[in-house]
Design a binder for this molecule. Structure first.
Ligand SMILES: C[S@@+](CC[C@H](N)C(=O)[O-])C[C@H]1O[C@@H](n2cnc3c(N)ncnc32)[C@H](O)[C@@H]1O
Length: 221
């Protein structure tokens, strides 16, 4: 017993030290929601600085995708054309509210790695499955169903995506095509098709007055 007593202050010291380290570590890991929001907004702003290199959607279009995911309560989202993950971040921020998941396809391996890093930085990687390869082939092996499909890849080849994915789009779901104004000539076959399709309601809209989306809703009946 007399030998234990001198050790007591040391034991107490280490206990207190451990508690302080534990507390500080927890504080560093568990950011408050506003700290996390600020970090994601900073990341988005950083990505906007390299937007033209990665052909990302403009910020307003990212905000629109985010709103549309929430408004449609989308749960199973497919994106064709991940690039470095900018639009995926906006989609996943919407999925944080709906509890849904994103599958995103990109043909360029370096971009897949960059997208993975960016979604991790945003704290959203748990929402995403990244698929690498030619989306025309990859979509054939995806079972679906999807309730939200966002196409933003090789312009002019949308009809192939449409033909392969329309059967996998749930009634009540939406299919959203980017660059429907700037690339309207290359996309004419698709735009005519979705505008006249008896199972779809389609609108073409712009938030930037420069380019925009074709948004098609698959009727329930
Ligand atoms: C316009 S960028 C996508 C931008 C992204 N949606 C964003 O806003 O952050 C188009 C991307 O599609 C990819 N891509 C082009 N053809 C593809 C294909 N056949 N399969 C998969 N990805 C493809 C390109 O490598 C490019 O990264």
């Amino acid at each position: 017993m007399p030998k234990v007593r001198p050790l007591l202050p040391l034991v107490v010291f280490f206990l207190v030290l451990s508690a302080v380290v534990f507390h500080l570590t927890l504080r560093a890991i568990a950011q408050t929601p506003s700290e996390r929001d600020a970090a994601v907004q900073k990341l988005l702003a950083d990505l906007e600085a390299t937007r033209s290199r990665y052909a990302n959607v403009p910020r307003k279009d990212g905000e629109f995708l985010n709103l549309l995911v929430k408004a449609t309560q989308a749960k199973n989202v497919l994106e064709i054309g991940t690039s470095n993950g900018y639009s995926a971040i906006w989609i996943c921020l919407g999925l944080e509210e709906t509890g849904g998941k994103l599958t995103t396809i990109e043909i360029n391996p370096r971009r897949v790695q960059e997208a993975k890093a960016n979604l991790s930085k945003a704290g959203l990687a748990h929402r995403v499955t990244f698929l690498e390869g030619d989306a025309h082939k990859v979509v054939e092996r995806l079972p679906g169903p999807f309730d939200f499909i966002f196409i933003d890849a090789d312009k002019g080849n949308e009809m192939d995506y449409f033909n392969k994915l329309f059967p996998k789009l749930q009634p009540g779901g939406v299919i959203v095509l980017h660059n429907a104004i700037r690339f309207q000539n290359q996309m004419k076959a698709y735009l005519d098709h979705v505008s006249n399709h008896p199972q779809l309601n389609t609108v073409i809209l712009s938030l930037t007055m420069d380019d925009g989306f074709a948004v098609s809703y698959k009727k329930r009946k």
